[in-house]
Design a protein around this ligand. Structure first.
Ligand code: 13P
Length: 254
């Protein structure tokens, strides 16, 4: 009942010219049947969104567009920020909120993430809300405490209906860009934990939430991850920059 979702987070990679090629190459490698099975999302940098949107629309591609970040205000004196409304006008369907790099490097708090999730929903886009523990927290046995609080605070004040439509990405920070993936069992257990945490507050809406795993996902480990009951997809960093490897991840059952 939950459709698979594979999203590529390009982070700070690719000019708008690169993005056109990357989206086109990806589309050549996917068939209509793939899109029936999986929602395929690319999240280029802000400067490449318009170019990616143009390719997607002119070639009638079924790839969905995502943004990596936004501010929560609609407009105003916020130099350098981009509003959810600006993104929705570019046919952006998904926005990542609270990626660990935003939390760690740019100081985003759980309260900021919560405001962003609400602002993204108010523009009828789908938040991909990220959570995940550091290496230190994992060593100290604090993984569930950390992830549980990120999920609870991030979703605070939402209705069950709103929660049912969102996406949560569990990305252990020690696994991001390190080549160290969580084992499929550990990733699956944590995604179950995330779903249970959502269920405590929002009841059966939790059954509809799509939960992604992220952290060194590649073609070689995606099938084992997708076999887990509570993993509905992946948020892919490095391996999403190469259309061949990203397409292999999308077609994980082959
Ligand atoms: P990597 O796939 O490069 O580990 O990055 C994961 C990530 O942070 C996706 O948002």
């Amino acid at each position: 009942m939950r459709k698979d979702l594979i999203a590529g987070n390009w982070k700070m990679h690719s000019t708008h010219l690169d993005a056109i090629q990357m989206v086109q190459k990806l589309s050549y490698r996917l068939d209509p049947a793939d899109y029936e099975r999986v929602d395929v999302v690319v999240c280029p940098p802000f400067t490449a969104l318009r170019s990616a949107q143009t390719v997607i629309e002119s070639d009638h591609l079924q790839i969905d567009l995502g943004a990596q970040h936004c501010f929560y205000e609609e407009k105003g004196a916020y130099t350098g920020e981009v509003s959810p409304q600006m993104l929705s006008k570019l046919s952006v369907s998904y926005v990542i909120a609270g990626h660990s790099e935003r939390r760690q490097i740019f100081g985003e708090s759980d309260d900021d993430v919560n405001k962003k999730v609400k602002a993204i929903l108010s523009e009828d886009m789908i938040p991909i809300m990220c959570c995940g523990e550091t290496d230190e927290e994992k060593e100290q046995g604090l993984t569930e405490e950390r992830v549980g609080s990120q999920v609870r605070l991030g979703l605070q004040g939402l209705t069950a209906d709103q929660v049912a439509g969102i996406v949560i990405a569990y990305e252990p920070i020690w696994a991001i860009g390190t080549g160290k993936t969580a084992s499929a069992d550990d990733a699956g257990d944590m995604c179950t934990f995330v779903r249970n945490t959502v269920a405590e507050q929002f009841g059966e809406a939790a059954d509809s939430v799509r939960i992604l795993y992220g952290g060194s996902v590649k073609a070689g480990n995606i099938a084992g991850l997708m076999a887990k009951r509570d993993i509905d997809g992946a948020l892919v960093g490095g391996a999403a920059l190469d259309p061949d490897s990203f397409a292999s991840i999308v077609r994980y059952w082959l």
